[in-house]
Design a protein around this ligand. Structure first.
Ligand code: ADP
Ligand code: MG
Ligand code: ZN
Length: 647
């Protein structure tokens, strides 16, 4: 999506990159070819007219007074014959020696053929021999070719330097996420350009269920479209908006939709891309980003995961220079630019509480747009948007899926639809059925079915009673949710079986009775084991954990205990990520809280035991049926219950 527009018109993007490997290899190949050609020409030139003779022949020629003068070089000796040397004698010497047998011996005294070469041996007596025969000899002073000198002293080092530089560059740019130019360009922003018409085919219609968020953003789109309307009465455009919400709720999608709707350029980058290993790079990236934005105005700058740079500066642990500089630069730029030019800054985060207060003050990110996890109608709408992309069977009921997925974010729902479609293909169908969708939901909740895990008879019985215990407890209590399915097919995420409850509608408020009923249902699994087997198993660990959390929240957050009454004992941190609770009361209260929680759990456990004991025969009947069939639907389960009642 981004590739084709990357590197559009930014001045920093043009022609900087050495055409990668290609350029370099071309260069290398041409160099090698030229060198070869030169060698052949030069070599051929000199090889053509040289006649080589043996050292012995050379000495004989000297002895025979046939040599006029001798040039001694590093590794060879060139001898020139006297004009008056007898050709017969010379031929005798040269022809007599076997080693020169194949060589051409000059017929007559042509100038060119009077010069012979021989390899130079380590011969200390040579000078003496030449002297005694009055042969002139000399050794030339080696003066190298000026061109070669130039090449070896200038071009060669340059070449080496270039090669080293080239590889270092490559390494750096690889480290910096493929940005070109490595060190030299480290400061340039990596903003990507999104060509609206071609690329973000995202509109507000693609974002389902976030009506309030869309409402706020629509106004900004409108401003980008028709600024006069607002400027007329003196209204200023908000400079920026911060999208806040849990992961996967569609923040990035919304930002793209704003750009798509406004049909303006969209510069997007992630907060972490500002922070580099060099101090000062982030700041210069920010500067560059805003400079680019000014060029492309009207446009939208989108900084995803802004908490990477927007972290509060006042932390005690030394702080991070680079990040602070970057943040300061961002603050300065946000103050500096003129919003009437039509630049809008959007940012997304799921940790708004750690952001620096300066970022959030009016004039910077004036607006905070909460992008919550979708509620029931929202989930249905999101499912609908994504279901349009796959072929659904007519009977599919998306509302049921929406009911089953309380707490899921948009990304989860999109994923479920896709998983369902994949399953349909796997099973050789060409339409997605309700069953596919339900299975996808269960896969997300409990993991994939694990058909190869074989439980022993005893274990299977225990799991069955445990699950029926859950189901019965929820069916028998007024405040609990209807059973949708009971199964004892093991799943990959550790569950050996599970009971799925589906609410009939979504609740936004839970009463104390609702909570107690939930805890009772959770503990009924263990209660059933105790009743039937007089034994406990490890299968209840997850139930106990969840029950404890609920009970603890009742005491510490909801003010539902007698001991503490309305006192708040815990506060929620990081609510858009892991939602951790932090204990805020004194340590002394800690022990009391634990006792309160244990009390609630104990009461619910007793209640569960009581419920199941009263319905002991239903428990064993339904469990027997479950062992046989492995899965019972909610409707079948209710039938069983009614039957038993009337019997
Ligand atoms: P985040 O909030 O983490 O930035 P994204 O915007 O990246 O989440 O969402 C990831 C994907 O989830 C989107 O590409 C989209 O397919 C899907 N999605 C999330 N929320 C919605 C929504 N409200 N409507 C439609 N699809 C959504
Ligand atoms: Mg995102
Ligand atoms: Zn259980």
């Amino acid at each position: 999506m981004e590739k084709d527009t990357r590197g559009g018109e930014g001045p920093n993007r043009q022609g900087r990159e050495p055409d990668g490997k290609n350029g370099f290899f071309n260069f290398l190949v041409i160099g090698i070819v030229i060198t070869f050609a030169l060698n052949i020409v030069v070599g051929g030139f000199s090889a053509n007219q040289r006649v080589e003779i043996g050292y012995g022949q050379f000495l004989s020629l000297v002895e025979a007074d046939a040599v006029k003068h001798v040039r001694i070089e590093n590794d060879q000796i060139a001898l020139t014959l006297k004009e008056d040397a007898s050709a017969g004698r010379v031929r005798e010497i040269l022809g007599a020696d076997n080693s020169a047998g194949g060589m051409q011996v000059p017929e007559n005294g042509k100038a060119g053929s009077r010069v012979f070469y021989t390899g130079r041996l380590d011969d200390p007596a040579l000078v003496e021999r030449l002297n005694s025969k009055n042969v002139a000899f000399y050794r030339p002073i080696i003066r190298s070719n000026p061109i070669m000198e130039f090449i070896s002293s200038w071009i060669f080092p340059l070449l080496i330097f270039y090669v080293v530089y080239f590889f270092i560059m490559r390494k750096f740019s690889a480290q910096m996420g493929g940005g070109m130019g490595g060190i030299l360009n480290a400061g340039k922003s990596k903003a990507k350009y999104y060509d609206m018409e071609k690329n973000t085919h995202v509109s507000f219609d693609d974002v389902a269920g976030q009506d309030e968020a869309k409402e706020s953003l629509k106004e900004m789109v409108d401003y980008l479209h028709r600024p006069e309307k607002y400027q007329e009465i003196g209204a200023k455009q908000p400079k920026g908006a911060l999208l806040v919400g849990p992961p996967g709720t569609g923040k990035t999608l919304l930002a793209k939709a704003v750009a798509g709707e406004a049909k303006v350029a969209f510069l997007s980058l992630s907060g972490s891309e500002f922070v580099e290993m060099f101090v000062g790079v982030g700041a210069s990236r920010v500067r560059d980003l805003f400079a680019q934005a000014a060029k492309h105005a009207p446009c939208i700058i989108f900084i995803d995961e802004i908490d990477a740079i927007g972290k509060s500066r006042d932390n005690q642990m030394g702080g991070n220079d680079e990040r602070e500089q970057t943040l300061n630069q961002l603050l300065a730029e946000m103050d500096g630019f003129d919003s009437s030019k039509g630049i809008l800054i959007l940012a997304a985060t799921n940790r708004p509480e750690i952001l620096d207060k300066a970022l959030l003050r009016p004039g910077r990110f004036d607006r905070r747009i909460i992008v919550e996890k979708p509620d029931l109608p929202g989930r249905e709408a999101i499912l609908l948007v994504h279901a349009k992309k796959v072929r659904l069977e007519k009977t599919v009921n998306l509302r049921e899926i929406a009911l089953a997925t309380s707490g899921a974010a948009g990304a989860d729902l999109a994923n479920m639809i896709n998983e369902a479609a994949l399953r349909a293909v796997r099973l050789g169908r060409n339409e997605v059925t309700q069953e596919d969708l339900m299975e996808a939901v269960e896969t997300v909740i409990a993991g994939k079915e694990k058909k190869d895990r074989i439980l022993s008879k005893k274990e299977k019985r225990m799991v069955a009673f445990h699950e029926v215990g859950h189901a019965l407890a929820s069916a028998l209590q007024k405040h609990s949710q209807p059973v949708h399915k009971i199964t004892i097919v093991p799943r990959t995420m550790g569950a050996l079986g599970y009971t799925m409850n589906l609410p009939e509608e979504e609740h936004y408020l839970l009463t104390k009775s609702d909570l107690l009923a939930q805890i009772t249902c959770l503990l009924a699994g263990r209660a059933a084991e105790e009743i039937e087997f007089g034994e406990m198993s490890t299968g209840a660990a997850n139930d106990i954990e969840r029950a404890t959390r609920l009970a603890r929240n009742m005491v510490t957050q909801y003010g539902m205990s007698e001991r503490f009454g309305l006192m708040s004992l815990e506060s929620l941190q990081n609510q858009y990520l892991d939602g951790r609770n932090v204990f805020t009361a004194s340590e002394a209260s800690g022990g009391d809280v634990d006792r309160e929680v244990a009390g609630i759990l104990e009461n619910c456990h007793t209640e569960a035991l009581h419920l199941l004991r009263e319905n002991r025969d239903k428990l064993s009947d339904i469990a027997a049926c479950l062992i046989e069939r492995e899965t019972i639907s909610g409707a079948e389960f209710m039938e069983f219950l009614e039957e038993q009642k009337s019997a």
